[in-house]
Design a protein around this ligand. Structure first.
Ligand SMILES: N[C@@H](CCC(=O)N[C@@H](CS)C(=O)NCC(=O)O)C(=O)O
Length: 204
């Protein structure tokens, strides 16, 4: 087994990486020093913006939660958490990860930044309504797909669901999935899993 260290702060996107490691059954060392870790020099060798999550896999740094989760899944091909490179399943994984981050998560992240994260004097509220509408536009697409299938790829649980459900839960915490019954059922289904970290979302 390769040595793995996860730099994490529980109520953050690092919850995706922890969940993946637990599903994969990969042993790892956790560095969690609470909020003081975020932005600290300790993270500099692993993340150029000193953000969490960050990982060190066999002595090599890796950042971006979706990339880290996918790398962990690739380490355990027998667990079927992600399709192999070149497969239809892998292409769908890449599709849904990109969709989740660029058509859904960016809008709610902007809302959080401008309502909670940034200091008052730096907040801009002009886009909040638009953020909600654009998130719902993406969420509607995912809701329709989940009306036909319990999971996003190949109708079985995969790392894609770990990455996407975090964003859906985040949207729920902003009151944005009330109209989407399939997304609500998806969260319910995934939160039943033994290693689910979905309860960490909501206080990013
Ligand atoms: N796209 C990145 C986002 C990482 C990120 O923004 N993490 C937040 C915590 S959830 C953070 O470290 N924020 C501190 C900052 O923005 O300086 C990922 O998915 O890993």
């Amino acid at each position: 087994m390769l040595p793995i260290t996860l730099y994490e702060y529980r109520p953050s996107r690092s919850a995706r990486c922890r969940w993946t490691l637990l599903e994969a059954g990969l042993p790892f060392t956790s560095v969690d020093e609470g909020p003081s870790l975020v932005g600290s020099d300790r993270l500099e060798p692993f993340h150029p913006l000193k953000k969490v999550p960050a990982a060190e896999i066999d002595g090599q740094p890796l950042f971006e939660s979706a990339a880290i989760c996918t790398a962990f899944a690739d380490l355990v091909p027998d667990q079927n958490l992600v399709g192999p490179s070149g497969s239809r399943e892998r292409a769908l994984h890449d599709q849904w990860v990109s969709f989740t981050l660029s058509e859904m998560e960016c809008w709610i992240w902007n809302t959080d930044m401008n309502t909670r994260v940034l200091p008052q004097e730096k907040r801009i509220s002009a886009h909040l309504k638009q953020n909600a509408a654009l998130f719902r536009r993406g969420a509607r697409v995912m809701d329709q797909v989940l009306g036909e299938s319990d999971y996003l790829v190949g109708n079985r649980f995969s790392v894609t669901d770990i990455i996407a459900s975090f964003t859906v839960q985040w949207g729920q915490s902003q009151g944005l999935i009330d109209r989407f019954e399939n997304l609500q059922a998806y969260l319910e289904r995934l939160s039943q899993r033994e290693f689910s970290t979905l309860q960490s979302v909501g206080n990013l």
